[in-house]
Ligand binder design. Structure first.
Ligand code: ADP
Ligand code: TRP
Length: 326
């Protein structure tokens, strides 16, 4: 059975882009893959300095996975920090990877372009190395992610190849799995939905808040009577992700026919999303109110992956010359 692995940072609450791009595809893979998913609390440290926020967000993200159907008896769900060996592997990978390659990372360049070069921390620079360690330590076959992580996956393969060229064929090169129609889910302003753009829609918030978030989606200023272009509309872009082909055709006809306002389209989108997500809300609230079940799932997951980690690290230490010689 192939092994699927992915991670998501514990910064805030997951949004619809995280859900469609990563959480749902990852959970679907638990059926016919050995699935390992972790909450990236070490990676959260690059931007979040409030420990309380990281503690809370870790539980919230884990509750999302469980509420959406991750079965802790099938898939391993755990904290990244339950496997501190990933930081050791990151060091081994750092020792074979060039600074020049890391300087080309989009995420690093974006952080630098914000014009705060002096405030850039080293963890942000080495972010892709820790991510590569996360993936390679479990000999992962596939990594379900959104399109924004593709460069990190390429860098992971690159690091593994360089390591293997020096020390022998020890690390498996993973493949990214990116779902086509949800590779980049748009946010309320049409840019990629992202916590950093503050344009998110939160799937498991209350109906009232969900409605408020949907009503604030940005559109142009065409009057009710005017025909509208569905293809350039942020509301329709999201509606498509929750509706059947027939419902989409109907909505397109409404847009093109005129006398159909963006308010109508937003209400239709709200009804779709509310119906889709409301069955999961109760489970999520129950988990957050009593985190013991979450902690138990996380403990089970960590226990499950540890033997694999120990075996990998034993082989790697031996190959590079760390510790006792066999
Ligand atoms: P954010 O950009 O909001 O900080 P993360 O970096 O925590 O999100 O992303 C967690 C996972 O969700 C990654 O696999 C990422 O590719 C995916 N993802 C994030 N935003 C989107 C989006 N708008 N569309 C599709 N996938 C996304
Ligand atoms: N970088 C990923 C994100 O921003 C999180 C992550 C950390 C990850 N380690 C990983 C994803 C390993 C996949 C595999 O969302």
């Amino acid at each position: 059975m192939k092994r699927s692995l992915s991670g998501i940072k514990s910064t805030g609450t997951p949004h619809v882009g995280n859900y469609l791009g990563m959480i749902r595809p990852a959970i679907d893979l638990q059926i016919d893959h050995e699935a390992f998913y972790f909450i990236a609390d070490y990676h959260a440290l690059t931007t979040e300095k409030d420990g309380g926020e990281i503690f809370d967000s870790t539980l919230s993200v884990a509750a999302y996975f469980l509420a959406f159907g991750l079965d802790p008896n099938k898939a391993a769900l755990f904290r990244q920090s339950a496997v501190p060996e990933v930081t050791e592997l990151a060091w081994l990978l750092s020792s074979v990877y060039n600074i020049g390659s890391l300087e080309r990372a989009h995420t690093y360049k974006a952080a630098k372009d914000l014009g705060k070069a002096n405030a850039l921390n080293h963890a942000t620079f080495m972010y892709p190395v820790l991510m590569a360690a996360d993936i390679l330590i479990y000999n992962s076959d596939v990594v379900p992610v959104g399109a924004d992580q593709l460069q990190h996956l390429e860098m992971t393969r690159d690091m593994a190849s360089r390591f293997n060229a020096i020390y022998g064929d020890l690390l498996k090169l993973p493949e990214a799995i990116v779902k086509e129609n949800v590779a980049v889910v748009p946010g309320r302003d049409g840019r990629k939905m992202s916590k950093s753009y503050k344009n998110t829609i939160e799937p498991l918030t209350s109906s009232k808040k969900l409605k408020k978030q949907i009503m604030s989606i940005v559109t142009d200023v065409k009057s009710l009577e005017e025909p509208k272009d569905p293809e350039s509309c942020n509301v329709f872009a999201l509606y498509k992700l929750f509706s059947s082909a027939e419902e989409c055709r109907q909505m397109e006809a409404n847009y093109r026919g005129g006398n159909y306002g963006y308010g109508h389209a937003k209400i239709a989108l709200f009804e779709k999303m509310d119906a889709y997500f409301s069955p999961y809300r109760e489970k999520y609230s129950a988990l957050i109110d009593d985190p013991a079940e979450i902690e138990e799932a996380l403990a089970m997951g960590a226990q499950r992956v540890r033997p694999i980690v120990l075996e990998t690290m034993k082989k790697l230490r031996l190959a590079v010359g760390i510790g006792r010689r066999a």
